[in-house]
Design a protein around this ligand. Structure first.
Ligand SMILES: NC(=O)c1ccc[n+]([C@@H]2O[C@H](COP(=O)([O-])OP(=O)(O)OC[C@H]3O[C@@H](n4cnc5c(N)ncnc54)[C@H](OP(=O)(O)O)[C@@H]3O)[C@@H](O)[C@H]2O)c1
Length: 202
């Protein structure tokens, strides 16, 4: 899972990213390249409008699943073959099943991922990036299947109208790395603390 927060834990304003730091965007591209990116419809619209001003392409080298309650409406205007709209997702297995049917993941990978996800919820799920916004982050955090949080801390208060409870989200994770990207951005990496069920005392 990848996100950026300002000093007030804000992530968005008026449906947009409130800042544009090229070094963080480069970091986002490197982190998500080659993966299946899962996002909410608002975030899709935001990235789309940004890309129009940029190169006109929508997150190339990635496959994207956009969650919405009205997939049919968005499918009609969809100009990108690597972007698929999904109705009413309830969680990862549901989304993987959809990704499999959209030929985003091979049958064997889907079967494997479904099995490990159901049996061992904290097993690393390769090649899937949760890229926001808040509603989608919350869906996955609640499900407990996020194994890594890659968090950019952005300097300043950007008067956001979408605020996240990052302290709560990382409470079962260990902070394993910090990297300064620029004067404005520092990336922190958190890994899920794996509970050894065999050592649990009931
Ligand atoms: N700072 C960061 O790292 C970062 C990253 C990503 C986004 N953002 C910002 O965050 C803000 C958007 O966050 P948000 O929470 O308001 O919106 P969002 O999560 O991007 O999108 C919300 C929409 O996604 C759809 N959706 C979500 N969960 C669904 C589910 N389980 N099943 C079906 N559809 C589902 C619904 O679309 P419909 O309305 O079509 O039904 C819902 O209205 C924006 O300002 C954006 O720029 C920031």
């Amino acid at each position: 899972m990848i996100l950026a927060v300002d000093e007030e834990n804000g992530i968005g304003k008026n449906g947009r990213m409130p800042w544009h730091h090229s070094e963080d965007f480069k970091h986002f591209k490197n982190y998500t390249r080659g993966s299946i990116c899962i996002m909410g419809r608002t975030t899709f619209e935001d990235i789309k409008s940004f890309k129009k001003r940029d190169s006109g392409r929508f997150l190339p080298d990635r496959q994207c699943i956009v969650l919405t309650s009205d997939a049919r409406k968005h499918k009609e205007n969809n100009q990108y073959t690597h972007v698929q709209f999904m109705d009413g997702a309830t969680g990862l297995i549901d989304i993987l099943d959809f990704a499999n049917r959209a030929n985003f993941v091979e049958d064997e990978i889907f079967t494997h991922l479904s099995r490990v996800t159901q049996n061992r919820p904290y097993t690393k799920i390769p090649d899937i990036s949760i890229v926001g916004g808040k509603s989608v982050y919350e869906l996955f955090i609640k499900e407990g299947i996020v194994d890594e949080i890659c968090l950019t801390r952005v300097k300043g208060n950007h008067n956001c109208d979408v605020i996240v409870n990052i302290k709560d989200w990382v409470k079962d994770f260990s902070h394993i790395d910090s990297k300064v990207l620029s004067d404005n951005c520092t990336v922190e990496t958190y890994k899920k603390d794996v509970v050894d069920e065999s050592k649990k005392v009931s």
